[in-house]
Design a protein around this ligand. Structure first.
Ligand code: G3P
Ligand code: MG
Length: 268
């Protein structure tokens, strides 16, 4: 069975003879964050080992202009440091322990910069989802700088940018219409496919309860908008979303989701 990422990067196509089966992509949220320190290199490596089809991660900019991979605006929750990323230098951030919530086991883990992340994923045939964390702090030129990185690492075909800041997603399209964008939202936007079309987006990235209904999924997919839903950690929810043919399922547990996708594939 051949598994490859196709140009519409949101679906995996398995070819068996001349039968084509489309199934959901397994996207690791902040890497394999259910079992390893989120948004660290070990979490990304373990996601790949677990068989993820894709990786989701979050980015901010330091005081001295480095793009770093981290979820929160502050380093307090995930490291032994304190303060806003925007107020710290990259050197200060690099000296922090990013495995602090996992005891001594991952004490060498640090906050990666964007180059460490992209250099690791670039030749792994993964769907990369970079979430621009510019909903609270609007980092100068984050969109332009990330687009430059996408070209530097030749990742355009396998990468989608997303954000809760939809002005930012429009800005991405204005800068380069060929970069794929996904609109993050938390709940039940009415006729979201019409909104997404208006913004030129390629995908919607809803919190999963918003797309648990067949007609909602159908309307979005009929509009040629992909659906990548977050953050799905319970088996029952994963199963339902696989049944609904959701394009990408973002999870902290790519091992569990991978097993369920395989089982669904066998039974189909
Ligand atoms: O991109 C999906 C998901 O990561 C959005 O929420 O807060 O986990 O970044 P959050
Ligand atoms: Mg995120």
């Amino acid at each position: 069975m051949v598994k490859e990422l196709v140009n519409i990067i949101f679906t995996v196509i398995s070819e068996v003879g001349d039968i084509t089966v489309v199934k959901s992509l397994n996207i690791a949220h902040r890497g394999f964050s259910g079992r390893y320190p989120e948004n660290t290199m070990i979490a990304f490596q373990k996601a790949v080992e677990a068989g993820s089809d894709g990786i989701e991660t979050d980015v901010h900019i330091t005081r001295d202009g480095e793009i770093v991979v981290c979820h929160d605006e502050k380093v307090d929750r995930t490291t032994n440091g304190q303060g806003f990323i925007k107020d710290l230098t990259y050197h200060e951030i690099k000296n922090l322990h990013a495995g602090v919530n996992f005891g001594g086991e991952f004490e060498n883990s640090t906050i990666p910069n964007i180059d460490e992340f992209l250099d690791y994923v670039k030749d792994k045939n993964l769907l990369i989802n970079i979430e621009l964390k510019n909903g609270i702090i609007e980092y100068d030129n984050l969109e332009k700088r990330i687009i430059e990185k996408i070209y530097e690492y030749k990742l355009k075909d396998n990468l989608i940018l997303s954000s809760f800041n939809h002005y930012s997603m429009v800005k991405v399209k204005e800068l380069d219409n060929s970069i794929k964008t996904g609109l993050l939202y938390a709940a039940n936007l009415y006729k979201v496919e019409e909104y997404a079309k208006k913004l030129g987006a390629d995908a919607v990235h809803p919190y999963f309860p918003s797309v648990m209904k067949e007609d909602i999924v159908k309307n979005i997919k009929n509009s040629k908008i992909a659906i990548n839903t977050y953050t799905v950690n319970e088996e029952e929810d994963m199963k339902r979303l696989i049944e609904l043919d959701i394009d990408g399922i973002i999870t902290n547990y790519p091992d569990v989701l991978g097993r369920l996708i395989k089982e669904a594939d066998k039974n189909s």
